[in-house]
Write a protein that binds this ligand. Structure first.
Ligand SMILES: Cc1cc2nc3c(=O)[nH]c(=O)nc-3n(C[C@H](O)[C@H](O)[C@H](O)COP(=O)(O)O)c2cc1C
Length: 364
């Protein structure tokens, strides 16, 4: 079995190791979702990842409700990503853009219109807004005639991502956002060609993946799914029935890789008691499979590669707090603890100031 430190080919991308950076929303863009210079510094610091998967990035105003998250639907946003991808490449790294439509997980005060979803449903709890947290609102069901426009939005964001210098894109189909709101029957109550049977519920994911692949190339298109358990109020009564055909469809398209966020019963973030689907997904998907959630040591990550289920592992909070994570794991060096208080705060604190091993040694 390969080592975590061996290279891997992810479609058109040659990753020098199997320690990938998971997508992490950090809220350091402008109010208009334009990337800022400090984001170039942050991502370049983490260029030793086999591959950086960017923070979730809005494909449209309709789809982006997270305050100060970046977008990829305007020329200004696209231009401002260029120094970020340049900085990562100059530091020897690779970065793909995670394409995001949040569906009903937004508030009208941020997007300027009623949220949209597969059906007229509402998430329990509160949305992040520029004015603090506010109650989620009932979404408007997207009309079937609007879906071609939605696919156009994905195509535009993909074109912009490639123009901005990204090495590819990842379709965010996980965590209870729009595509997941179509996939899972707890949120999708449609009675047209996009609802009901599993085949119908995976239709949007398949069409988005085909469209994005037609722009970026299938070998530069990745997908993230969260198949096991509830996520932000979105769940399915029979995950096998929808996720295995979904994965087969993605395999047929020939996407570059599939990433799964699948916390287990002991997950510290998004725990779920549902059995992991990854062993069956491994059988159904022909390309590289990346697993995520709660991997923090070489032994844990190597074990899932040795089991034959994963080809690589993506690290979220650990990469956030350890810019030189691959080197630290290789050397068995201690890990910096993260600070959740600064996950989404503005500015450099808890963003670009986590020390590397070398900086820690100098300070000592
Ligand atoms: C601060 C923060 C921001 C996150 N943002 C995103 C995101 O933009 N897109 C996404 O798919 N997942 C996001 N996640 C989930 C992570 O990618 C990852 O699945 C989760 O942190 C579990 O992995 P870990 O145990 O390695 O941290 C976020 C998690 C955290 C803690």
């Amino acid at each position: 079995m390969p080592s975590l430190f061996d290279s891997i080919t992810l479609g058109a991308i040659d990753a020098p190791n199997r320690i990938l950076m998971a997508p992490l929303t950090r809220g350091r863009a402008t109010r208009d979702a334009v990337p800022t210079p400090i984001m170039a510094e942050y991502y370049a610091q983490r260029a030793s990842a086999g591959l950086i998967i960017s923070e979730a990035t809005g494909i449209s105003r309709e789809g982006l409700g997270w305050p100060f998250a970046p977008g990829l639907w305007t020329d200004a946003q696209t231009e401002a990503w260029k120094p970020v991808t340049d900085a990562v490449h100059a530091a020897g790294g690779r970065i793909v853009a995670q394409l995001w439509h949040m569906g009903r997980q937004v508030h009208s005060s941020v997007i300027g219109q009623q949220p949209v979803s597969s059906s007229a449903t509402r998430t329990e709890g509160q949305a992040h807004t520029f004015e603090g947290k506010q109650d989620f609102e009932t979404a408007r069901a997207l009309h079937i005639d609007e879906l071609p426009r939605l696919l156009d939005d994905y195509a535009l964001a993909t074109r912009n991502a490639i123009a901005a210098g990204f090495d590819g894109v990842q379709i965010h189909a996980a965590n209870g956002y729009l595509i997941d709101q179509f996939l899972r029957d707890g949120a999708n109550h449609r009675d047209d060609a996009y609802g009901g049977s599993a085949e119908n519920r995976i239709r949007l994911l398949r069409e988005v993946a085909e469209r994005v692949a037609s722009v970026a190339g299938a070998d530069r298109t990745g997908v993230r799914l969260s198949p096991n358990g509830e996520s932000q109020g979105v769940d399915d009564s029979d995950p096998h029935a929808v996720f295995l055909p979904a994965v087969r469809a993605l395999s047929d398209i020939g996407i570059a890789y599939l990433e799964l966020r699948e916390p287990g019963p002991d997950g510290t973030f998004g725990r779920t008691d549902v059995p992991k689907l990854s062993p069956q997904i491994r059988e159904a998907f022909a390309g590289p499979l990346i697993l995520n959630s709660d991997y923090t040591t070489v032994n844990e990550a190597q074990a899932v590669i040795d089991s034959g289920v994963a080809d690589a592992v993506s690290f979220g909070r650990t990469f956030l707090a350890n810019p030189d994570l691959p080197e630290r794991l290789k050397d068995g060096a201690p890990l910096n603890p993260g600070n959740p208080r600064t996950w989404y705060s503005q500015g450099a604190e808890g963003y670009t100031d986590y020390p590397t091993i070398d900086e820690t040694a100098v300070a000592a």
